[in-house]
Structure formats: C-alpha cells, structure tokens
Design a protein around this ligand. Sequence first.
Ligand code: NAP
Length: 269
Amino acid sequence: MPIVGLGTWQMERDDRESAILSIRRAIDRGMTHIDTAEIYARGAVEELVGEAIAGYRGEVFLASKVHPDHATFAGTLLACEKSLRRLRTDRIDLYLLHWRGTQPLEETFRAFEALEKEGKIRAWGVSNFDVADLERAIEIAGEGVIACNQVLYNLQERDAEHLLQPVCERHGIALVAYSPLGSGHFPSTGSWRGDVLAGIAEAHDATPRAVALAFLARRPSAFVIPKAARLDHVEQLAKAADIVLSPNEIETIAAAFPLGPPKSKMPYV
Ligand code: NAP
C-alpha cells in the first residue's frame, strides 16, 4: 500500500484533461491508492476516474464509498454494481461506508461480505467513524476484518491522534487521512506556521505540503490521500513518500500545529 494516495473529491470542477492526466501521473509516481465515492458529483467523478485508470487498472489500488442512505443489504449491492460500471472495472480494492447513517451496520457489513465473496470488492472499511462507532463496528464485524477508517486529519485538525488512532492501532485498522492539506486551507509561506514548514521542506528539497503529508503519515498506521488536479501539484506531493522526518523536525511541527484538547464530537468535512 502506498503511504501517499490521491483524492478525487470535487475533481469535476477541474479541467477534465488536467484531472485525468494528474491521476495518471499520480499512478506513475507511486500514488496508486486512488480514492473516490459514488456521491462525488453524483457519479461523475467515478466516471472520470474510470476513464483515467482504463489501461492502468492493475497498478491501481482503487477505493470507493457507498452513501449511507444506500447502505441496506440490497442497496449496498446495487450501489457497488453502479460504481463498478462507472469505474469501468470488475473490482474495487477497498469499499467504504462513507459515514455512519441510519441503516443497520449489520446489513451493510453483510453486503460487504457478500461482495467480497463474489470478488467484487477485495477489502472493506468505514469512514468518519468516531471511537464509539468504530468499536461497535468491530463488535459486529469481528477482529481483523475492517481494513480502515477514513477520517479528517490534517495539521490544523489533529483530533484523531487523541483516541481514534490508538484504537485503530490496537485493532490493526489503518487510519486514512482525508483532507490532509486542509482542503485548500494550507498555511501560506510568510505566516509563521507556513515558515516552520518551509524551513523543514527546504532541508528535504521538498515543499511544505509534502512535509505536512510526511508528518501525518509518520506512524505506520496512517495513510494520506491528498487531492491534486495539476501535474506540478502531483509531482510535489509524490515526494512526501520519501521524506523521513527527524524526531526534532516532528517535534517542531507538532509544536507549531498543537494537538489541542480532545473534542467531544469527531470533526468531519
Ligand atoms: P486536500 O487534499 O486537503 O486539499 C486539496 C487542495 O490542495 C486542492 O485545492 C489542491 O489543488 C491543493 N493542492 C494539492 N497539492 C498542491 C500543491 N502541491 N500546491 C498547492 N496546492 C495543492 O483536500 P480534500 O479534497 O478535501 O481531501 C483529499 C481527499 O480526501 C478528497 O479528494 C477525497 O478523496 C477524500 N475525502 C473524503 C471525505 C470523507 O468523508 N470520507 C471527505 C473529504 C475528502 P488542485 O486540485 O488544484 O491540484
């Protein structure tokens, strides 16, 4: 599994050609975990991803998500079929429940297991699950079954480190960081926090965003899926996978972007 993948949320707003080329460049540069969802532009982003990865399917670790409103047993099977069609493939490598909705988890998970048996998905997990949701999910699914919990995690929002990441680690569940670059709100060079990152980036011949990704992925349980729809952005982010931050650099970044007290409600986008 690559530590640095590629997100695709809101890619329908980008220049289509540039977005497709960016996905292909990401695959070339080892960012082969491509994350999408049925809800993104009502399937249009899955279609874009399907076009981009046609011919490269074997190199891609493809993740998509079912909308909670569809997550009954039958609804999940149907949503998966539709995603497969849009993605132009016969299998999804990682299929997630997008967030905890009102459908019983038992039904959704039974559908995931059926899809896995049929070879239509290769692994499954959850997204936006807080500790209580995740513990309930483990109770239902059993140990060693849920592959990941995809949650909001970036330098300005480190709440996942308090409780969620340790729980994930105890149960062998990967923590996939979404919006790892703050969804476009990234500290600019010239601000003191931006300059902290810029100083460390210079030492690694990288950019501040790549350093931020390396920081978030510093523990083996964590993966990051930044979104980029420009070739130069992809090139810069790909470097994150090779950055090894020193303990001192990690401490400096952690001090500039403090963890803060635990939040009573899990943050999400
Ligand atoms: P993000 O990755 O935090 O930030 C993306 C923004 O950073 C884009 O505007 C992008 O610009 C810009 N960017 C990327 N590389 C850059 C660079 N080198 N220099 C300057 N700007 C750069 O945002 P996100 O899309 O919110 O999160 C990433 C992915 O997580 C999503 O795409 C989606 O797949 C997933 N996600 C999941 C959930 C969930 O509920 N499970 C929620 C939100 C997101 P360009 O696009 O112009 O390159």
